[in-house]
Ligand binder design. Sequence first.
Ligand code: Q9C
Ligand code: ZN
Length: 346
Amino acid sequence: MRTVYNQRHAAHAATHEFFRGRLVPAFEVPARADYVLQAVQAAQLGEILSPFDHGIAPLERVHAPAYLRFVQGAHAEWRSLGGEGDAFPAVWPVRSLRSDVEPASFAARMGLYSMDSGTPLTAGSWEASYWGAQAALTGLDLALGDEGSAYVLTRPPGHHAGADFFGGYCFINNAAVAAQAARDRGMARVAILDVDYHHGNGTQAIFYERSDVFYASVHGDPSTEFPFFLGHADERGAGAGLGFNANYPLSAGASNEAWFAALEGALAQVAGFAPELLIVSLGVDTYVEDPISHFKLDRPEFAQLGRRIAAFGATKTLFLQEGGYATEAIGHNVVAVLRGFEEGQG
Ligand code: Q9C
Ligand code: ZN
């Protein structure tokens, strides 16, 4: 399988993030992708390609143009106001406050366009995220070609980013950008299977009222796990999208048996949808030793996941890197999934 590697990922390099009211060392760091690249190379998984620039239009098909402009200029604005280092939001327009009027204040716009204080906005967040989306679009080009599959190695991740907000370490929703681009290229039905430990609230919200993109996720129960405010089992879509969203929340600490049973449930629903393209939001923070997550998958289970996705038998499959914070293990876990997928394809 070929890999599209976003070499600009390291432009986004936060040193610290907010956690329990303090700055702690960042979990989402450039070394994550460096280790995955090493593992992909060592495993001789296949050719490693650079992203091709598809421009900003495919990003604007998913994200509000005003949001994209904000992220693009935010760090320069922060610096011009005397801000040093990374920018963090400190105020949000919750419920009875208005979010339909864009404030002039930079601090207010940081809150308007974000969901948490755990996502440092750095000098290179836009550059890394823009090229991550380009890598996803290039991966889509490959997956739609003869090979039928591709892996996109990028960071920061994407699935928490909504149409007009960043959060959960994410700025641009790569899976949503790729899914929308596939629709725009004539694929009738696209499914997104999200196996990251965290619910992909951004991806779900973007397609919640649509019947052309099915979102299915297995994740930590939001009543105790990030993103907390979305990802419950009763969220099945709305309007035309009713029945095209499927959540499988599991308790923190859930067994591998429970995890694979939930995966079967999700895949059965995706199978009923008969997608022309399957996009896998591949977070490996389900790993037993992940520092911020609480599932128990290990190397054999990651291989099993890859084989199971192969057995699903989608005509086209695109793997996109999401979370995974046990830095030195991420690459081995990703390679286990991708190798399992290739084995399963025979
Ligand atoms: N200090 C993804 O995996 N909060 N995002 C963590 C630990 C946010 C994870 C708190 C976790 C977001 C893509
Ligand atoms: Zn995650």
